[in-house]
Design a binder for this molecule. Sequence first.
Ligand code: TXA
Ligand code: MG
Length: 318
Amino acid sequence: MKVEIGININKAAEILKRGGLVGIPTETVYGLAANALDVDAVLKIFEVKKRPQFDPLIIHLPTIASIKRYTKELPSKAVRLFEAFSPGPLTILLEKREIVPDLVTSGLSTVAVRIPNHPLTLELLNRLDFPLAAPSANPFGYVSPTRAEHVAKQLGGDIDYILDGGLCEVGLESTIVGFENDRAIIYRLGGLSIDEIEKVAGKCELKVNQSSNPVAPGQLDSHYSPAKKFVLVDNLHSIKKADLSKAGFIGFDKHIEGVPFENQILLSARGDVNEAARNLFASLRLMDEKDLEIIFGIKVPDVGIGKAINDRLLRASA
Ligand code: TXA
Ligand code: MG
């Protein structure tokens, strides 16, 4: 817990250059970063997160030009997507060059690449001559962090510094897109909506709920889980039948009768799915810290980023 938190980009850069670990802010969630070309440093990421090595990492770079050093030829749709949405909550799977260690990609021929949209982290990346491998900065399987304090609380003892970029603006991880022939495939729903991607890349195929899919082993059903029992319901009637004295409720824009008021959180009282995305992970953490036996959640409208929120709620309840 006693890790330094600050905005010293120089310090972060020096630590990364000598193989250390730094918590970095992005617009989606905080990352646990190391030099992607330094296998010993990358190994520490897996150790600290207790993440199985068959689950590959995303590399973070500051520009489209810099991506070409680490990947083979970019499909034209990939270029168009990056140009339209980067820096931003978009990760693209690309054929890797040899320089990218197999540990980063878990032996796959593709590497996941993204240009994060956060001024501190972009400045940091610009000062480095290597990409940053960075999974979300949470213990494997737990909810992703959306503020520096979340990272300090869970991983503080094991990392060297946290760059404090405040609250994550998007609040959900990046959308992951790959290509099969010329067709865009979405492997993880996230901060960039399907509609936006399809405007640029044409009709996409969705392959998001495949826990057995060796191509995206990180998409396990039980990801993003709070420690407490979390039950996702379709409507409020299912909740009303239960004993609610030790229950919590994560709602979208309406409270519910029966659950003690102080145990209720609304993701967006004004019914805004973007605000709900920003609040989701912090709300799950908050509920997890309360003295409750069960947490109920209800789906948000299945539009735009709402689809990604519902995906995370479903996984949290698995
Ligand atoms: O928004 C984000 O993407 C955040 C921030 C920190 O950038 N990062 C993040 O990383 O969510 P992580 O490691 O928690 O999730 C990365 C996902 C995993 O599910 C992993 O399986 C998948 O990306 N992935 C990485 N490389 C892959 C590859 N070559 N092929 C298929 N899936 C890949
Ligand atoms: Mg993660």
